[in-house]
Design a binder for this molecule. Sequence first.
Ligand code: KG4
Ligand code: ZN
Length: 396
Amino acid sequence: MIILGIESSCDETSAAVVKDGRRLLSNVVNSQVDIHAAYGGVVPEVAARSHIEVINPVIHQAMEEAGVSWDDIDAVAVANAPGLIGSLLVGTLAARTLAELHNKPLYPVHHVEGHIYANFIVEQTEHPVSSRSVTSVSDTKSEEQPETQSRRETVSETERNRKGDLKLPSSQPVFPMLALAVSGLHSQLVLFEDHGKYRLLGETLDDAVGEAFDKVARMLGLPYPGGPSIAQAAEHGDLKKYVLPKAKLKSPYDFSFSGLKTAVLRAVQREAGVDHTFASSGLPERLNESQKADFAASFQYIAVKTLVDATVKATQEFQPASVVIAGGVAANQELRHQLSERLPLSIEYAPVNLCTDNAAMIAALGYYQAQVLSPTPVDNVSVYPSLSMSQTAWNS
Ligand code: KG4
Ligand code: ZN
């Protein structure tokens, strides 16, 4: 069964073609990172407009790279929740229109659950393509978008990816499966008994861990998105230089990152020789590169340790047959390092470009939903900016 997946919940426009929930035929991602970097974060209106500009060429390119026509596509899956409402609307309306036009079943899927299904992609075509951006998009570029330089860079990245294989896990995860889903909006531990049968063990009570990476990066004057910037700066830093607190909560499976973020702010203010009323925007210029690297390393170490402590404890208590990590923060090498060291069972990781937002994971999840559930009538597929995983199509 061949599924076309569509993803536009935040600031990446993506379309992918996946066979039988495991074989990647194509995955095209048009990232808006360069556009939002100028603002230090995602601007919802700008994101929605950019999705509109590229959604059609992205879908077209995904099908072309997979070598499929509409006759070959068995169903369409789209991430319709959670996310930015304007962004979700673009992908969802495109999916609805195409499903109606080509008479294909439509499966709305949950974005965070989709992240977890990146781990089910274990095969790829001989010349797999997991491309960033699309060459044809530059034709549709609006005059208001300034950066021709970054546009050129994303196109050359397409070329680079085209040459190299993705390093995929050797086999699919087995149930019961423990999933740590960590992104810019979510931090959750979920225990899966089977496809669609899961329970939430814990989640963040305030900021998501990716959000904490992004905010700390801003305090240190590191570029957006903060996760990769912190990881890069941390490579040259001393993770023991600053002792930062780990939140103590009632449930061992819940998370809290707001206190950690404030603790970093206070420590940075102390180091910069200013008091707690000093605005965070003025801090980066008072720190040298080595102090920034030490803060990045110390923050990353404790944020990751928090995630790993909970995952290890849940593994001991629930004895899953497999553990997976998912979401943008799953790209973090320190997280992979600490988990591999401490988990009592071996773990495989999805390639980094299937951890950050992409449509391949949406198509993979769509396949497993299609094995069990009826498609949703096109007119009933709405968008839900803050839907929990316990309210998805599996549970209705
Ligand atoms: O899943 P994702 O691409 O989008 C959301 O659904 O939120 O996750 C984005 C988040 C951002 O907060 C970003 O800073 C973080 O993932 N991230 C990372 C890394 N790469 C992306 N965090 C830590 N280390 C990384 N290497
Ligand atoms: Zn995501």
